[in-house]
Design a binder for this molecule. Structure first.
Ligand code: PMT
Length: 403
């Protein structure tokens, strides 16, 4: 059976240059078994013709809310009910604003309001427009409502700018669509307990100072949300972060690596999966000063001692859970990640290049290279740059497939 067999996808196309890629997207989704009905905005028709999309999709293209003939064939409410997924690619800043406000003044925005189906958008716009505060606010609103944000990717743009704002490649959109349906189909994590570490740790120097790092907790919390949505009971052992915790997950708040270590070992006995996404301080201060250290000399020396390796200790347990580590690297990513996979005796490791701008620490996006170790063989899967929630959904699918 094909992964998208009998899946009904409404493909919304809006007015961006990336619209020229959509016939290929339709063809590839159909190759996986999907039924596609295309809805175009007026802007989209300036970039690509309805006739082309009708030819590749095998269905009439809808482009008007007030077309009596089209309403006779498949009315907009019928189309909204027909969809298992509404995918809008490319999605302009204008359409993002429209659907985040709940406007319904053309066929596509009306469908978004009238559907009970999930919605995924593939933003495509100039990098400045993507970073603009109104767009980012709208994206936050849509994310909060459960709209999947697929991309945008980074690179050179049609206008000559370089940065985030390119529509994801057709390959990535097809993969995300397949993953989306495989996770939704499975709901397979019921009865499982997943434990994650997330965020930074803080290693006290004295009562007012500490050593820490830039981890925001976004990646770990996104994984927790994905696992919880797929039915797992989820516990997050979290360092200090300022983001909102995903609902229906248990949060255990810690500060230091030692606290995170203790909680992880206590919780892991009941875990099916343990994911170490936290950026744990490798060292802590040997003698934490009881009083605030005074500026009495030009230099100050701190003695640091190694913290226990939490994920390695979990992986060494007799009845160890399926153990997934992360590797945050600034160079030779694959080589270092593979070294950690072996040295810590992990089942899987997710490597991220934290030297690249627009991903990694404290970013809303990430890209991962996954190394999976099974029966002595290591396989590699790439998750391309996308929002941390999209990346997390795919990671959870990959872990679930390997349990
Ligand atoms: O929180 P965000 O802002 O969203 O950023 C996400 C992230 C970049 C922090 C995340 O994607 C990530 O890469 N987390 C791991 C960061 C890290 O500390 O990597 P590492 O290569 O130093 O450690 C390797 C692995 O060992 C990690 O799974 C780490 O959690 C674990 N570890 C490390 C040291 C230690 N004492 N105990 C551990 O368990």
């Amino acid at each position: 059976m094909q992964i998208l067999q009998d899946k009904n996808i409404v493909l919304g196309i809006t007015g961006g240059i990336a619209a020229y890629k959509t016939p290929e997207l339709v063809r590839r989704l159909k190759d996986h078994g999907a039924n596609i009905r295309v809805v175009m905005t007026q802007g989209a028709k300036a970039f690509i013709t309805p006739l082309t999309l009708q030819a590749v999709s095998g269905n009439a293209v809808a482009d008007s809310l007030l077309d009596t003939q089209a309403e006779l064939a498949m009315g907009h409410i019928e189309l909204a009910k027909w969809a298992d997924l509404i995918l809008i690619a490319p999605t302009t800043a204008d359409v993002i604003a429209k659907i985040s406000c709940g406007l319904a003044n053309d066929l596509l925005s009306t469908l978004c309001l009238a559907t009970a189906a999930p919605i995924a958008i593939a933003p495509a716009m100039n990098q400045q427009m993507w970073h603009a505060a109104p767009t980012q606010d709208n994206i936050k609103t849509l994310t909060r409502r459960g709209v999947a944000i697929w991309g945008p990717g980074a690179g050179e743009q049609a206008c000559g700018d370089i940065g985030l704002g390119r529509m994801l490649d057709v390959d990535d959109l097809v993969e995300l669509t397949c993953n989306f349906f495989s996770t939704t189909l499975k709901q397979s994590l019921k009865g499982q307990h997943w434990i994650l570490t997330a965020g930074p740790t803080r290693e006290a120097i004295d009562p007012v100072r500490y050593i820490s790092n830039h981890s925001s907790g976004k990646m770990g919390y996104a994984i927790a949300k994905a696992a919880q949505s797929a039915g797992a009971k989820v516990t997050i052992i979290s360092g200090p972060v300022t983001i909102e915790a995903p609902s229906n997950c248990t949060i255990i708040k810690v500060n230091s690596a030692l606290e995170m270590h203790q909680q992880s070992l206590e919780q892991a006995a009941s875990a099916d999966v343990f994911i170490a996404c936290a950026a744990v301080a490798d060292y802590r201060v040997a003698d934490i000063s009881k009083q605030k250290i005074k500026k009495s000399s030009d230099t100050l020396q701190l003695n640091l001692i190694k913290n226990p390796d939490i994920v390695a200790d979990i992986a060494a347990m007799t009845n160890k859970p399926f153990t997934v580590g992360f590797a945050a690297e600034t160079q030779d990513m694959s080589q270092y990640a593979l070294g950690k996979l072996q040295k810590k005796n992990l089942d899987m490791i997710a490597a991220n290049d934290v030297a690249k701008t627009g991903q990694g620490f404290n970013s809303d996006n990430n890209a991962l290279t996954i190394f999976n170790q099974r029966d002595g063989q290591v396989s590699k899967i790439e998750i391309p740059l996308a929002s941390k929630q999209v990346v997390a959904n795919q990671l959870v699918t990959i872990i679930a497939d390997n349990l």
